[in-house]
Design a protein around this ligand. Structure first.
Ligand code: GDG
Length: 730
């Protein structure tokens, strides 16, 4: 049976050392633990993660392992140094500030990076001990960005999902990281990458295209080996649970006690972990502004602020704590009366029932982070209110939750004025309006709950895998290689149709720099030395270049995508008579696009014109290429021209001639009993399509949607394959 393995930095159970030295196992009440509970507790499934403490020797390690195993968990133990460098270092001092748009707090320590790599490898080893080749692995969050790729290398066929719980920032922030390419590559090991919002997803796709140069389209990324799907999955909460706790006697009791202490005062609630991303100080200033602008709320409204201690060993967090303490002290000192406290401030965490009682009690929830992946407090307030009547949610536009909760009062958290006005508006909002807004929010939060989120992600992950399997061509693995070798050896007359750029040589920013290297020349020499081989270089390039670079070898050529043909020992000839008077009309259009797109240029061949944009700004050029394609396609609609989009090029040429029609000539003239056709781009699909069914057709690079039967990742693999064929054969 296939199993599902959940992996996150922390396990859903926290192990703590009590004062008498024994260990306490405290199950987490967090949303993720609840949502995934239905998965990892199923027969055979498991959750892998750090249990939250440094164990004291082997016996304790074993004890923890055995205890956790009973609840389907497998611990990964971290040392003090790993916690310092991987967790507090790279995860929380490099990635966390960068991803939350606080680059000024980010550190770039090579030692932290190395620890991050080492711990991701440690997690990988732990997962591999459990994972079979066809299992499903779901990796969570920013501490494990490298894990998908590490797992992929060891288990190429596993189904791997990745979900990021924090924002994915603009490419401008990601590019600052010295290890940006490795981090993105790490994530691309997954089959499905999920984010809370479409905005984060868009930033990720843009970073992949700009930093890795990998094309993305409609949320799909074509890597050399797989299609990776990227999608938005806004995480929900266990709505029923909050609604039930809110309706419980215990919560009501707590609420009654608080209400008695606070009397008629309106409560504005604020709950966060201590963090500079949460906008806590700005919130305090906004509350002060409210008291100044609307003095009628003095004595009538209080801010009840819970700050859960967190990361308080880190200097920025200590400074923030001091700032909050100072602000609370100052505001309370200035406004407090004998009977009224402006800010009730708690620096500790509360049990769930008391937390929910506070949600019930509050008229307003003030959730105003500067950046927040999602923010579940906003949703918990909404769910708890279903049993307790009206309430108003004030929500930062920069929390992921704002994308869904549009019936909240959405504010810009950096504007204390906007916040103060929203607070006033919330306090005076008519009860009917509060109820209307709450009803809409509740419908949404209850429907898109954490169980729906889990289900949606898992379904989509399964779909991503099926899609890959149906679209992808088969990788040229050992079995096929053996079959290919046998057919090659048995053949009398072999035809090898080899594309040039992207197949025999890697792409260069300047096409004229892609001359054949000594290794390639030797390879072609050896191939052609065998009299049973006919080797055709089948390229979009002009004939002069091919002639200059490779003309001294006994090769055949197809140039300009089939316009020019040359059989060895003979002269170049046209495939058929063609016109090129259309160039005068098309060239000015291409020139216009060159003028508008720095770095692009025109290549003129005898019977075609090509606009190259490999060296231009990737995102701008993609937009321009689309524009040019539609412009040209419109012009060419009543002519015998065709417009092709290749690898970072748009080409205009005569219709009816392509690599496939040209290659077919060789099939008929030499009647081969072995055909191998290799190519990497759109234009090579014409060759694949023209081949007989028994031919070996190989797509190089990203595999999906090819007519080829097999696929190889890159140029070195093609060269190796050709070498292999020659070994031990006549
Ligand atoms: C990451 C992302 C994203 C808080 N105080 C107490 C308490 N809490 C609970 C809340 C809520 C949770 O902590 C905080 O919610 P977040 O949304 O901030 O979740 P995190 O896991 O910290 O953060 C975030 C989230 O992942 C999910 O993807 O939303 O953007 O940063 O559940 O109720 N719980 C109790 N007592 C407290 O005093 N019992």
């Amino acid at each position: 049976m296939f199993r599902t393995i959940i992996v996150s930095n922390r396990l859903p159970t926290k192990v703590q050392r009590t004062s008498d030295g024994t260990l306490a196992f405290q199950p987490s009440e967090g949303g993720l633990a609840t949502g995934l509970g239905s998965i990892y507790r199923q027969e055979g499934n498991v959750w892998v993660g750090w249990p939250g403490l440094v164990v004291d020797g082997e016996p304790e390690e074993q004890h923890v392992t055995e205890q956790l195993r009973q609840d389907s968990m497998v611990p990964v133990f971290l040392t003090e140094a790993e916690i310092r460098d991987f967790y507090e270092g790279f995860s929380n001092s490099t990635l966390w500030p960068t991803f939350h748009y606080f680059p000024q707090y980010a550190t770039y320590e090579q030692a932290h990076w190395e620890a991050y790599v080492a711990v991701n490898e440690k997690f990988c080893r732990a997962v591999l001990e459990l994972a079979g080749p066809d299992d499903t692995i779901w990796v969570h969050d920013y501490q494990l960005l490298l894990l998908p790729e590490l797992l992929r290398r060891a288990r190429p066929d596993c189904t791997i999902g990745f979900f990021l719980h924090i924002p994915f920032p603009s490419y401008e922030l990601i590019r600052v990281l010295p290890w940006r390419a490795e981090l993105l590559q790490g994530m691309l090991g997954a089959d499905l990458i999920g984010f809370h919002t479409f905005g984060y997803m868009r930033h990720f796709l843009s970073a992949v295209s700009q930093l890795l140069g990998i094309a993305t389209q409609n949320g799909q990324i074509e890597t050399p080996t797989r299609t990776v799907l990227v999608d938005a999955f806004p995480m929900g909460i266990d709505y029923e649970r909050y609604a039930q706790v809110a309706a419980s006697e215990e919560a009501k009791q707590h609420e009654a006690t608080y209400r008695e202490a606070l009397r008629e005062v309106r409560v504005i609630l604020s709950i966060d972990r201590l963090d500079y991303t949460k906008g806590i100080a700005e919130r305090l200033r906004a509350f002060e502004l409210l008291l100044q602008r609307y003095p009628e709320w003095q004595g009538q409204a209080s801010l009840l602020m819970l700050v859960v201690p967190s990361r308080d060993q880190v200097p920025q967090y200590q400074a923030l704590k001091e700032e909050i303490d100072e602000l609370v002290g100052r505001i309370n000192g200035q406004y407090r009366t004998i009977s009224w406290t402006p800010i009730h401030y708690f620096y500790r965490s509360f049990p769930l029932e008391e937390l929910v009682a506070l949600y019930r009690l509050a008229q307003v929830a003030l959730v105003t982070p500067m950046r927040d992946g999602m923010n579940l407090v906003a949703k918990e307030f909404v769910a708890s209110k279903s049993a307790a009547g009206p309430g108003v949610l004030i929500l930062s536009e920069r929390a992921g939750a704002a994308r869904e909760l549009s019936d909240a009062l959405i504010i810009n958290p950096t504007s204390p004025h906007e916040l103060a006005e929203a607070l006033h508006e919330a306090l005076v909002m008519p009860v009917e309006e509060q109820q209307q807004r709450q009803a809409a929010l509740q419908a949404l939060v209850s429907q898109y709950n954490v169980f729906a989120w889990t289900q949606l992600f898992m379904d989509r992950l399964a779909y991503a895998k099926i899609k890959q399997l149906t679209l992808a061509t088969e990788t040229l693995g050992p079995d096929t290689r053996a079959e290919l070798q046998t057919a090659y050896q048995a053949a009398r007359q072999r035809l090898l149709l080899l594309d040039y750029d992207g197949t025999l040589v890697p792409f260069q920013a300047d096409p004229q720099r892609a001359q054949p290297d000594a290794e390639l020349l030797q390879l072609l020499q050896d191939l052609t030395a065998n009299e049973r081989n006919r080797v055709v270089i089948i390229s979009g390039r002009d004939r002069t270049t091919l002639q200059n670079w490779l003309g001294h070898l006994p090769l055949d050529f197809i140039a300009e995508h089939g316009v020019w043909l040359r059989t060895r020992g003979e002269d170049w000839q046209l495939f058929q008579p063609v016109r090129n008077d259309w160039k005068a009309e098309i060239r000015p259009i291409l020139e216009l696009y060159v003028a508008r797109t720095a770095g692009s240029f025109i290549e003129e061949k005898e019977y075609s014109l090509v606009w190259h944009f490999r060296r231009a700004d990737a995102e701008l050029a993609t937009v321009r290429a689309r524009e040019l394609m539609s412009h040209l396609t419109f012009l060419a609609s009543n002519t015998d021209l065709q417009v092709l989009e290749g690898n970072k090029v748009v080409e205009v040429k005569n219709a009816g001639i392509n690599k496939g029609t040209a290659a077919a000539r060789w099939l008929s003239t030499i009647a081969p009993d072995f055909v191998l056709a290799i190519g990497d781009d759109r234009t090579d699909e014409d060759t694949f399509g023209a081949m007989p069914s028994e031919a070996f057709t190989v797509k190089v690079g990203s595999a999906p949607r090819s007519l080829a039967r097999y696929h190889l990742p890159g140029v070195p693999d093609v060269r190796q394959l050709l070498r292999e064929l020659m070994m031990g054969s006549e």
